[in-house]
Design a protein around this ligand. Sequence first.
Ligand SMILES: C[S@@+](CC[C@H](N)C(=O)[O-])C[C@H]1O[C@@H](n2cnc3c(N)ncnc32)[C@H](O)[C@@H]1O
Length: 300
Amino acid sequence: MRGGEDTGAARAGLTTVSGGGASSRAWRREVREGRRFAFGNNWRRYARVLDEDRIDQARRSLEVMLGDGSLRGRSFLDVGSGSGLFSLAARQLGARVFSFDYDPDSVECTRELRERFDLDHEDWQIERGSVLDPEFMRSIGEFDIVYAWGVLHHTGQMYAALDEVTRRVTSGGMLYIAIYNDCGIRARYWRGVKRLYCSGLIGRLVVCSLYLPYFFIGRLAKSLLNGRDQFRAYRERRGMSAVYDWFDWLGGYPYEVARPEDLFRFLRDRGFALRELVTVDGLGINELVVQRVGGVSPDR
Ligand SMILES: C[S@@+](CC[C@H](N)C(=O)[O-])C[C@H]1O[C@@H](n2cnc3c(N)ncnc32)[C@H](O)[C@@H]1O
């Protein structure tokens, strides 16, 4: 794990290694041209409603999949940290954390969270970088736990990104990924909706006015039918907010999907064994935890 992110040298390292300034411009251009959703904007709004309850849920979600006490004293890489919630949860569970994101607002949001909880910069390092930048990825080293939840399918090159994260896992270490399920034509339909959302103001207005009332009424109806607040139920799963996730879902572009068996085979062929699996039927996200058991060199 790379040290001293907040030193001038490290900052200079980021600029030369990952082309920080240049890739920031590239990110802005991608957003302007409708090729990418600005996730960080949404995260900054979400950070305002982040409370102890949600953080507790996030901690629990990590322990359920990775094992109780499994983070203590381990190095943890949060790929595409978004709001920084899971980096915070991992840090509170005793891991030494390295977070990065491609979106400058996500990076800022993660930094603000670290400041808000007054956490040590030495044990929680935060940088801006892309999982698709092999030089940047090589420069950050290897980690006991690599966490990429809901990220790789938003990079535009999902399998290249997956290959990169496998290289960052130490021998015996764990990789925890969550990737949208391939549900055929419905996935293609949603890719079109997301592209429209990102195309500009009119696209955004059309998509929001069509889907937000539908999402809201759907969840309300489910709450009434089941006698349980579905907004609360959602929050209890990972500490996330249904409403902020709606925007994430509507705008989340690029958008790729995979079948769990394809992910499994990809990872098995790179020396990983399956440890945990949660799959969905239809639209949704599949989660896999795999462990590096093969002796494959990370930078082969
Ligand atoms: C849906 S959010 C998930 C955030 C967080 N992992 C979580 O579970 O809440 C996806 C994040 O991936 C980031 N992202 C997209 N492409 C990326 C890339 N090439 N490298 C690093 N992060 C990227 C986005 O900026 C965004 O913050």
